[in-house]
Design a protein around this ligand. Structure first.
Ligand code: AMP
Ligand code: MG
Length: 498
């Protein structure tokens, strides 16, 4: 029996008993704690600091849980690569329960890789160590870049092999999420014409994520608007830091607006709108620059599920939902440009020409195969009087110097709105939005190989420490600032459901 007493709640299973199944994780004989996110545990008020690893390991393997903990697997459906998969669900995960932190925030605590469930279909319900450590690195990277994301609390090595293309060491990840309600969860009840549970889910989601909207005249429509806004912000923040999610199926889109599912994701190195790394994304559906369009498509699937919950004639309801959804591209563009203005150092004013200024900049990046992260970061160096690093990134400096002249003129107009910002202060503010480092694919792979193949966590820990301070330029981050060799990026592939 575990010494950890964790009073968890079960509001989801109480509201939607037909949307989940109580389920126990597999027994693991020799679990070993290889990662614990202590700052996160502390932030949540989880009292784990004094608990030793021999107690934590079985707990995070889902074994020897206190009797009050009743894990469950959630049902969901989803559009995968544009096609409806009517029956998905947690095939290799269980939710241990919900934790209420001291700010009354409700978190799902979930285990991923904890064994087969009634939703496993042909899968083994397991996860390999490398991909679970990858989720830690990438989710921490996003979090510290200020992007809404599910979090990684712990990883336990199971010391049992899992069969993939080869035998790999197994692991279980503990994931925290504001909730695991997906567009696919709504689709689950909608495709079954189960309006009672669909309404229960919509009311539950409103209450959990958008309580301020519950009193509106049309709360479900208001929720659609709010979800759209969150997703517009999320995708804009991915685009502005060069992140490709890689598998934006509707079952991987959370109503909370957090990033989830880190299987095939990756950051771009050189700026390339069509960049794709996922081994199964043959037609580039989830390519870097396609993400806003795909989110719009996903939100249309969400809107469709709400049809039976609205009042009025069908044709009217379809019109209202369509009008709402059609506002997404605009919402997205607003979020995008507002992030880009900051990246350009424009903190005080907005001009219509800003969009063109950004697209000319991005064209330069594209034509010159410039490293996306370095190019943005080098702009603040220019403000500090050193344009060499930026000019070294291009083949033909004259185009860049023309653009820099236009940018300087624009900065001057922005400066006239305030007299108090010097160039170096502006550079400093830009360096809080343009990261010095991102999770570069070659570094991630090197860290995972050392940890997974050789049980050597030095590189993993060093990279993680760096990713936890992506805007700082110091001895911790500097070793991870170098782009991958071009040949590496060209060959690099990522994988789903690993
Ligand atoms: P994902 O690609 O991780 O979004 O997973 C899509 C669906 O496949 C979800 O229903 C997962 O639960 C399920 N799945 C992925 N990997 C496994 C596995 N190893 N065993 C069972 N189900 C899995
Ligand atoms: Mg998924």
């Amino acid at each position: 029996m575990s010494d950890i007493t964790l009073p968890l709640q079960y509001s989801y299973i109480e509201a939607l008993p037909e949307g989940c199944i109580e389920w126990q994780p597999d027994a693991i004989t020799t679990p070993e704690l290889v990662y614990l996110n202590r700052p996160l545990a502390k932030q949540l008020g989880l009292e784990l600091a004094s608990v030793d690893d021999n107690t934590l390991a079985p707990f995070f393997a889902g074994n020897g849980l206190p009797e009050t903990i009743k894990p469950f697997a959630q049902a969901y459906t989803g559009h995968q690569f544009g096609h409806l998969a009517p029956m998905l669900g947690d095939g290799r995960a269980v939710i241990l329960g919900e934790w209420l932190d001291s700010n009354e925030n409700r978190w799902d605590i979930a285990l991923k890789g904890s064994g087969r469930t009634p939703f496993s279909r042909g899968g083994d319900g397991k996860a390999a160590l490398g991909p679970m450590l990858r989720e830690v690195l990438l989710s921490e990277a996003l979090y510290h870049l200020g992007i809404a994301t599910t979090r990684s609390l712990a990883v336990v090595a199971t010391n049992e092999p899992v069969q993939r293309q080869q035998l790999l060491p197994g692991a279980i990840l503990t994931r925290l999420a504001a909730s695991h309600i997906r567009i696919g969860t709504f689709e689950y009840f909608a495709t079954r014409n189960d309006v009672t549970n669909l309404k229960a889910l919509a009311d539950y989601t409103l209450n959990r994520h958008y309580p301020e909207l519950a009193q509106q005249q049309s709360p479900y429509l208001a929720m659609l608007e709010a979800v759209m806004q969150k997703q517009a912000r999320l995708v804009a923040s991915w685009i502005n830091c060069g992140f490709i999610h890689g598998v934006m199926n509707t079952d991987n889109i959370l109503l909370s607006g957090e990033t989830v599912d880190f299987g095939p994701c990756a950051f771009i190195e050189q700026y390339k709108p069509g960049a794709v790394f996922s081994s199964i994304d043959q037609h580039g559906r989830y390519a870097y620059a396609n993400q806003p369009k795909i989110m719009h498509w996903n939100l249309a699937r969400f809107a469709e599920t709400l049809l039976p919950l609205l009042d009025g004639e069908d044709s009217q309801k379809v019109e209202v939902l369509t009008d709402t959804i059609n506002r997404f591209p605009d919402r997205y563009r607003q979020q995008l440009i507002s992030g880009q203005r900051q990246k350009l150092g424009l903190f005080f004013s907005e001009e219509d020409g800003d969009t063109e200024l950004v697209s000319q900049w991005l064209d330069l990046l594209h034509q010159n195969k410039m490293d996306f992260t370095q190019a943005w970061r080098n702009l603040s160096r220019v403000l500090r009087g050193d344009d060499t690093p930026l000019l070294e990134q291009v083949k033909e400096p004259s185009q860049l110097t023309d653009w820099l002249a236009r940018w300087h003129q624009r900065l001057e107009r922005d400066a006239s709105h305030t007299s108090s910002l010097t160039d170096s202060q502006r550079a400093e503010k830009m360096e809080q939005v343009n990261p010095f480092i991102i999770a570069r694919n070659h570094q991630v792979e090197a860290a995972l190989t050392a940890a997974s193949d050789n049980n050597d966590y030095h590189l993993f820990n060093d990279l993680l420490s760096a990713l936890q301070q992506p805007f700082a330029e110091n001895e911790t981050t500097r070793p991870f600032a170098t782009p991958a060799p071009e040949e590496f990026t060209e060959r690099y592939q990522t994988f789903c459901g690993t």
